[in-house]
Design a protein around this ligand. Sequence first.
Ligand SMILES: C[S@@+](CC[C@H](N)C(=O)[O-])C[C@H]1O[C@@H](n2cnc3c(N)ncnc32)[C@H](O)[C@@H]1O
Length: 252
Amino acid sequence: MSKSNVGNDNLSYFGFDKIYSKDKLEKIADVFSSVAPKYDLMNDIMSLGMHRFWKSFSIQCCNIQPDSTVLDVASGTGDLAMKIADQLHNTGTLYLLDLQKDMLEIGRDNMINSGFVGNIHYSVADAERLPYFDNMFDCLTIGFGLRNVTNINNALAEFYRVLKPGGKLMVLEFSAADPMVKDLYNWYSFNIIPWLGDVIANDRKSYQYLVESIQMHPDQGQLMKDILRSGFSTCLYENMTFGIVSMHLAYK
Ligand SMILES: C[S@@+](CC[C@H](N)C(=O)[O-])C[C@H]1O[C@@H](n2cnc3c(N)ncnc32)[C@H](O)[C@@H]1O
């Protein structure tokens, strides 16, 4: 199975393990239920705070206009959603969607504690089966969520369906690191991240999954091809931190 086809009708990858596709959703929901309480703290520690910059930059690139309707898929604890709400300036409508209700509940609390309360909707659902009408959103964002879905192509097709013509898709995800830093990055990923998961969150297994899922995710070029194959008319990407993370921006 190639990385461009991680997930087909029958088989999928859960980290490095090949599993039945039908079992993946439950396994992913268990991972994120387990990591939810320490998720925000772990993000700051593992990325040395860099995830804040990756997210701010990516949302700035979306150039969200007041009065627009925006969906943040795999919203989790709401980091991207809070930045989107900031750009909407209390206008427009924002939807947060996540598979895992524990993550989304923290997201809702974070939104409320940051003063974002008006015209915001929360849904627990799978990115491959979005509970929305066709052509509904001006912008759809997904941050560090795409590599967890069972079938990336199904999710991209759903993103295309719910976006308005001319609407924007922004995918922020781990990617293929530059060869210059790859060895060091891999050493850090496989040795330090699971250890941090163990020490800080008492959960080595979930963080081992996180590292493996990054390795199995399509690289920048392949993801761009997958996005274009889903029907999007243009797609470009920007690497951040030596390509450890990339941001793809595409238009319907
Ligand atoms: C690594 S977190 C990212 C959260 C947030 N977007 C951020 O950037 O911090 C991944 C999120 O994707 C959610 N997720 C995983 N698979 C999903 C799916 N198939 N549909 C919707 N959400 C999913 C998880 O529950 C989790 O909250």
